[in-house]
Design a protein around this ligand. Structure first.
Ligand SMILES: Cc1cc2nc3c(=O)[nH]c(=O)nc-3n(C[C@H](O)[C@H](O)[C@H](O)COP(=O)(O)O)c2cc1C
Length: 262
């Protein structure tokens, strides 16, 4: 049995969950990391018995460029499992988007999971899902992988039931990259920056000029890849208004559980 796991992970939590799922799946696996633009450009589909697609959720949905990337893949009746990783706020309409994608691209959607990852914007004063996925989360992700394998071995591909989102229209219609209205683009602390260019290399959308290291505000998706990858901690991102931080902390305080649908 051969699996292909396609994933986007700007700050590494989705990647951790993907590894745990693959441990449970326990078969030959090709990992296709589509985080960087060059990897997306050189992608060639391979033959596999199952495809697993995993992405963090941005603004209650699949990030647009991830969706545009996966739309080029043809299912040809193959089994598909999907994973939404989210920061304890909500996975929104992402599973419904995956369901429609599976239908349109002729995949057989056999499994879906929603897993909690530390929220990208978590801070000491707003510790939303801090430290997740923890050991228990990763054990659940591995168990999800085992269940997918069992389902494939049984050949029981009954359609799964995806819960309908109850989000109001003003949230589901929130503009793509709407997080730009909440978070300022990452600034640079010039006294700490060594101009090594790691931030430009790690930007998933090519928003940082490799020579000037300036960020294109329109392209920046506020994913924090540059903030987390800077070896000198010179990239800093902030909420646009001070009171956003306590509100964010309050909204993300209730601990949510991982969920699987098989
Ligand atoms: C731009 C942006 C928007 C986000 N929107 C949501 C959201 O709507 N709901 C939520 O629970 N988490 C949201 N998150 C948090 C991420 O889904 C979460 O932190 C995830 O674990 C990040 O995955 P990664 O480390 O693989 O990049 C958002 C993060 C970013 C950067």
């Amino acid at each position: 049995m051969k699996a292909e796991i396609i994933f986007f992970s700007a700050t590494g939590t989705t990647k951790n969950i993907v590894w745990a799922i693959s441990r449970g799946l326990n078969c030959e696996t090709q990992f296709t990391d589509i985080t960087l633009p060059e990897n997306r450009n050189k992608y060639r589909p391979i033959h596999s018995d199952i495809i697993i697609i995993a992405t963090p959720i941005y603004g209650e949905r699949i990030p647009r460029f991830v969706f545009e990337f996966i739309e080029q893949i043809e299912g040809e009746g193959r089994p598909l499992a999907v994973v939404s990783v989210y920061g304890n706020m909500g996975f929104g309409i992402s599973l419904e988007q995956f369901e429609t994608f599976a239908l349109n691209k002729h995949f057989c959607l056999i499994a879906a999971g929603t897993f909690i990852g530390e929220h990208t914007f978590a801070k000491k004063n707003a510790p939303v899902a801090l430290g997740r996925p923890n050991e228990a989360d990763l054990a659940e992700a591995s168990a999800f992988g085992r269940k997918i394998r069992r389902k494939l071995e049984d050949g029981s591909f009954d359609p799964i039931i995806i819960p309908k989102s109850k989000l109001p229209m003003f949230i589901t219609n929130f503009p793509d990259r709407g997080t730009r209205f909440l978070i300022k683009q990452p600034a640079v602390d010039l006294s700490a920056c060594s101009k090594c260019g790691v931030c430009a290399k790690k930007c998933p959308v090519g928003a940082i000029d490799s020579k000037t290291l300036l960020i294109d505000e329109q392209k920046c998706i506020r994913c924090y890849a540059c903030v987390r990858s800077c070896p000198n901690f010179a990239r800093l991102a902030k909420f646009r208004l001070g009171f956003f931080e306590p509100v964010f902390g309050y909204m993300g305080a209730r601990k949510r559980d991982n969920r699987t649908f098989l």
